[in-house]
Design a binder for this molecule. Structure first.
Ligand code: ZN
Ligand code: MN
Length: 142
């Protein structure tokens, strides 16, 4: 998902009603690839849409998720984060500032074969979380 037109088109195709609030949430997700929480999105759009509540943002994100437009990321007891990048990818998580960065590592696809061979396991999705410390928190340039 790269553009708002693309996202809106997909929602229409899947029978999800388009509202100005929904468009604003999509726009936020498309321009902030930080895996925001519902609360972060709420605080960003609230000045423009004063009638919106955290609950409506959450419900809209739920609708996007059901339409296959976003993925909910749950990590431990932290608030859910939302990811509009539906291309298979993995996450590098900074344990200091909590930021989640997308990364791709095609070599990991071999894992499907390893699991099939060793466990008779059919992999439907791979989502790897790698923890560490990001360059900002290490105080060095990326
Ligand atoms: Zn960090
Ligand atoms: Mn992601």
């Amino acid at each position: 998902m790269r553009t708002l037109e693309e996202a809106v088109g997909l929602l229409k195709e899947r029978g999800v009603r388009i509202t100005p609030q929904r468009t604003a949430i999509l726009q936020y997700l498309l321009t902030h690839r930080t895996h925001p929480t519902a609360d972060e999105i709420y605080r960003a759009i609230q000045p423009v849409y004063p009638n919106v509540s955290v609950a409506t943002v959450y419900n809209n994100l739920r609708a996007f998720q059901e339409a296959g437009l976003v993925k909910e990321l749950t990590t431990g007891d932290h608030a859910s984060r939302f990811d509009i990048n539906m291309t298979p990818h993995h996450h590098a998580i900074c344990d200091v500032c909590g930021k989640i960065v997308d990364f791709y590592h095609p070599g990991l696809e071999n894992l499907d074969d390893v699991l099939a061979r060793e466990l008779g396991f059919t992999v439907t999705e791979q989502r790897l979380e790698v923890h560490g410390v990001c360059p900002d928190c290490r105080g060095i340039p990326a």
